[in-house]
Structure formats: structure tokens, C-alpha cells
Design a protein around this ligand. Structure first.
Ligand code: ADP
Ligand code: ZN
Ligand code: MG
Length: 477
């Protein structure tokens, strides 16, 4: 029997606000443990939470970008559970009346566009963090993260493969980054993913029993964990067993998932409305104000790039994957208006080099002006394409101007016909027998002459000029 995977993701995105969700403490990563706390986020008795309006703005922005309906009334709720990183004994979240519902996100797949439903977007507070020092028999609690604002974004079970799930994550991350509401850093945990997965026979409409996977902090882990889990489910079913609904942890070093706990139901959390916060009423006016601030989003930008610059969809997809890269591309085209050439150099050379040297496009030494300068030199035949690659790499590593590098490395291309002619004549004088053979019909020798001329010029002769002049000289007398 053929099975298909069914996947729904629950994403937690840490919001880039200055302060926390319900108090004025800075929502910063990496500070001295417990230095960013106050009675509110420590959960001391008698204090009252106050909603950070910036969080609401970021949440509405995200919900609108995902095409959600914003509920005009929503509520905070207490999700009760005990854990040492949660001093209040409950997390303030949203449950029955979330901020926004019924959105979607579009993916470009091999079979065309695919629409993935978004069930809901809601706000909640983060918990603190437990640290387990090696070689000690105790744990430490850092509450800097307590009450840091999170958005929970829940997808419909519309994803059908681990690859699609990773694509969904990437697209969502790109949108969050375009909106500047989340930095999207999975290693540092500012973007987290719980993956729900089940399998069913192909053609079946109902859903199989799912398991929930946690502890995946990169796109690759998400893909690997899901692939493993889908195989596991199929094996269980094919051997006549039943999948148990539970939460499982991905163990990256072992390459497998491990049972963590049985699935808890909503009733286990004793949800009830948060009595210290009034019902949240989001006015139409507020929503309109946020809507007016929405930037051009990845899909729209991609469509515009295809239209305006006449580049292939693939190029447009890569170039709009981040706002910084898209801006970089557009500014470079502004200085060097050959859209496809610019796209090729950025996608093939620049991105490769930035990866190799671990640099970001917006802050790398290859500024827009410097890249445009190099491309102009190639277009003017001042340097060869091969030299241009060398120059760009040297710009990345030394942060100097391309002109200086070309000078210093002596990369200036020889295009002057007189100079090239001298080089050609020297080679032909050196190989009189080959010249005879060529003229006698051994046309293959042409490539040999080209090679020798290039060698003679130490690679600096302009190949096009060499080609043209060589033909001319050899056809004379
Ligand atoms: P729970 O009550 O366990 O939290 P929800 O219905 O709220 O389950 O869904 C949580 C997530 O799990 C959503 O992303 C949803 O798309 C996904 N999901 C629900 N049922 C399944 C299933 N049978 N297989 C795969 N994913 C599922
Ligand atoms: Zn605080
Ligand atoms: Mg649920």
C-alpha cells in the first residue's frame, strides 16, 4: 500500500520588540542571567500585566501578511502547568478567542503554486530557560526570557512532505523578516517549530493518528525528523500496529525521534480567561493603520521582479528570499542596468562567496557600487570574466576597491589590437610547421594557437580579440 505524509506545523516566533509582552523589561537575548526581570515577569503575587501595544501591532501585521481575519474581540487565557522555568505556574496565551484566524501562505512547489492554510495566529508569553551545567547535580533558572513576546502560528495539516514543511518554514521566516517582526534565528531559538505528523493511505480523506515532534532547531532537522517519523509510522501500520498519539523529541546525533510524553489534551491545562487583562478589542482603525504600513511582501516582489526586470522566476525567487538581497539586487541594476547579468553574478558568484566567508549581503565589503564597478569593467572588456571572479573574492577578503585590486594583480585585459597582434605573431613564428599544417587543412590547430597566445599573454589577452585577429592573420597570404 502507498502512504502519504500529512503534516501541520506550529511555529513560535519571538517578536523583535524592545520590551516584553506584559512589562517594561528589555526583550533582549544573551544578557547576564536574571538581569532583565521585574516583579511582573517573575510572577510575584499582586502585580498586574499590561499589554505591550507594539506586540499587538507586530501580531496584526503578521496576521494581515498571512491573509488572516483579525477578530475584533479576542481574549488572553491562562494555560496552567508546573515547570521550574514558569514561576507563575501558568502561561498567558490565547486559546478560544485568538487574535486572528483563517489565513494562508502560498508555496511554489514542483507542481505549481500550493496554498497552505493558516488556522490561527495568537500572542503568548515565553517561559524562562533552564540551564544544566555539566558535571553538576543541579539546574539553574534564567528568567530573562520569561514574558518575552511570542507569536504562535498554526498551519492546517496541508503539508505533504518533509520538503514542503521546510519550504513552508523558509517562506514564513522570509515573511517575518520582511515585516521586521522576528529575526528568524532558529539556532538561537527565536524561530521554533513543532511538527505534527501522521500518515494515511494515498486517496484516503480522513486523518491518521498524529505525533508531535519537538526539538528541531534548523530547517534540516525539521526535514530529517519528519522523514524519520513518516517512515516510522508506516512501519508501525504495516506491521499491524497502531500509532500512539504522543510528543516525541528529535535526537539529531542519533538521527531518530524518541518518545517524550503522552499527548496532553487542552483539558490538562485548565485553560480559563486571564482575569487580570481585559478582553482585547482591536479597532478597524488600528487594523487599517497597520495595513497601511505593510511592506511589499516576498510574493509580490517576486512577481514584480519577473515583470520589471524580465528575469526567470527561479532568479526572482532567490533574489527576493530576503529583503536585503532584493534591495541589493535592485540597487545594483540601478547602476548597471543589465538585469539578467546582475542576477547571474549575484546568484552564482556573490552568494557563494558570502557563504564561504560567512558574510551578510547588506554588510559585506562588496557594496552595490563595487559590484557594479566590476561588472562595468567586464562589459568594457577591461578585465575578463575569470578575473572578475578573482576581483570580487579579493574585495570580500580585503575590503578594498576593485580598481586597486585590478591594478595590483595586473588583471587588466589586453584588448588593444596592436598588442594582441604582436602576441599572435610571436606564437606563429614559434610554430611554423603547425602553421603550415593548419593552412593545409588541419583546422583543429586553431584552438592550439589560441591557447598559446593566451599563455603568452599570461591569460590577460581578450579572448574575443585574439580569436578575431588570429583568424584574420591566418587567412592572409
Ligand atoms: P492539538 O489539539 O493536538 O493541539 P490541533 O488540531 O490543534 O491539535 O492541531 C495542531 C497542529 O497539528 C496543527 O498544525 C494541525 O494542522 C496539525 N494536525 C492536526 N491533526 C493532524 C494529523 N492527523 N496529522 C498531521 N497534522 C495534524
Ligand atoms: Zn519584567
Ligand atoms: Mg491545538
Amino acid at each position: 500500500m502507498d502512504y502519504e505524509g500529512v503534516i501541520g506545523l506550529e511555529i513560535h516566533a519571538q517578536l523583535l520588540t524592545e520590551s516584553k509582552l506584559f512589562c517594561r523589561c528589555p526583550a533582549k537575548f544573551g544578557a547576564e542571567p536574571n538581569s532583565l526581570t521585574c516583579p511582573v515577569c517573575l510572577g510575584l503575587p499582586g502585580v498586574l500585566p499590561v499589554l505591550n501595544e507594539k506586540v499587538l501591532e507586530f501580531a496584526v501585521k503578521t496576521a494581515l501578511a498571512l491573509g488572516c481575519r483579525i477578530n475584533d474581540g479576542s481574549r488572553f487565557a491562562r494555560k496552567n502547568y508546573f515547570y521550574p522555568d514558569l514561576p507563575k505556574g501558568y502561561q498567558i496565551s490565547q486559546f478560544e478567542e485568538p487574535l486572528a484566524v483563517k489565513g494562508h501562505l502560498e508555496l511554489d512547489t514542483d507542481n505549481g503554486r500550493k496554498r497552505i492554510g493558516i488556522v490561527r495566529v495568537h500572542m503568548e508569553e515565553d517561559a524562562g530557560k533552564l540551564l544544566h551545567p555539566e558535571t553538576s547535580d543541579y539546574s539553574l533558572v534564567d528568567l530573562n526570557r520569561a514574558t518575552v513576546p511570542l507569536l504562535e502560528i498554526v498551519s492546517e495539516p496541508d503539508l505533504r512532505s518533509p520538503e514542503e514543511a521546510a519550504e513552508f518554514m523558509k517562506k514564513l521566516r522570509s515573511i517575518l523578516q520582511y515585516l521586521e517582526v522576528c529575526d528568524g534565528n532558529m539556532e538561537q531559538g527565536s524561530l521554533r517549530c513543532d511538527a505534527n505528523v501522521s500518515v494515511r493511505p494515498v486517496g484516503e480523506q480522513g486523518l491518521g493518528t498524529k505525533t508531535e515532534l519537538k526539538n528541531m532547531n534548523s530547517f534540516r532537522h525539521v526535514e530529517r525528523a519528519l522523514a524519520y517519523e513518516i517512515k516510522r509510522h508506516i512501519k508501525v501500520l504495516e506491521s499491524g500496529g497502531r500509532v500512539i498519539q504522543e510528543t516525541r523529541l528529535w535526537d539529531e546525533s542519533e538521527g531518530m525521534t524518541l518518545s517524550m510524553r503522552g499527548k496532553e489534551g487542552a483539558h490538562d491545562y485548565r485553560y480559563f480567561p486571564e482575569p487580570d487583562l481585559p478582553p482585547l478589542v482591536v479597532s478597524e482603525e488600528f487594523v487599517q493603520r497597520v495595513r497601511a504600513q505593510l511592506p511589499e511582501l516576498p510574493d509580490a516582489k517576486k512577481g514584480r521582479f519577473i515583470q520589471q526586470y524580465g528575469i526567470p522566476a527561479y532568479d526572482a525567487g532567490v533574489l527576493t528570499s530576503s529583503r536585503e538581497l532584493a534591495d541589493y539586487y535592485e540597487q545594483t541594476v540601478g547602476l548597471f542596468p543589465e538585469a539578467k547579468t546582475v542576477s547571474n553574478w549575484i546568484m552564482v558568484e556573490l552568494l557563494g562567496l558570502l557563504k564561504k566567508y560567512n558574510k551578510e549581503v547588506a554588510s559585506s565589503p562588496v557594496s552595490v557600487a563595487r559590484l557594479a564597478t566590476v561588472l562595468k569593467m567586464v562589459a568594457d572588456k577591461a578585465i575578463s570574466a575569470a578575473s572578475a571572479k578573482e576581483v570580487i573574492e579579493a574585495v570580500v577578503t580585503t575590503d578594498r576597491d576593485p580598481g586597486d585590486i585590478v591594478q595590483e594583480k595586473g588583471l587588466k585585459q589586453v584588448s588593444d589590437p596592436e598588442e594582441v597582434k604582436c602576441l599572435i605573431e610571436a606564437v606563429l613564428a614559434q610554430y611554423p610547421d603547425e602553421v603550415q599544417a593548419y593552412k593545409g587543412g588541419k583546422a583543429k590547430l586553431f584552438g592550439f594557437f589560441i591557447g598559446e597566445v593566451m599563455k603568452g599573454s599570461k591569460g590577460k589577452a581578450n579572448p574575443k580579440v585574439v580569436n578575431e585577429l588570429l583568424k584574420k592573420v591566418l587567412s592572409q597570404d
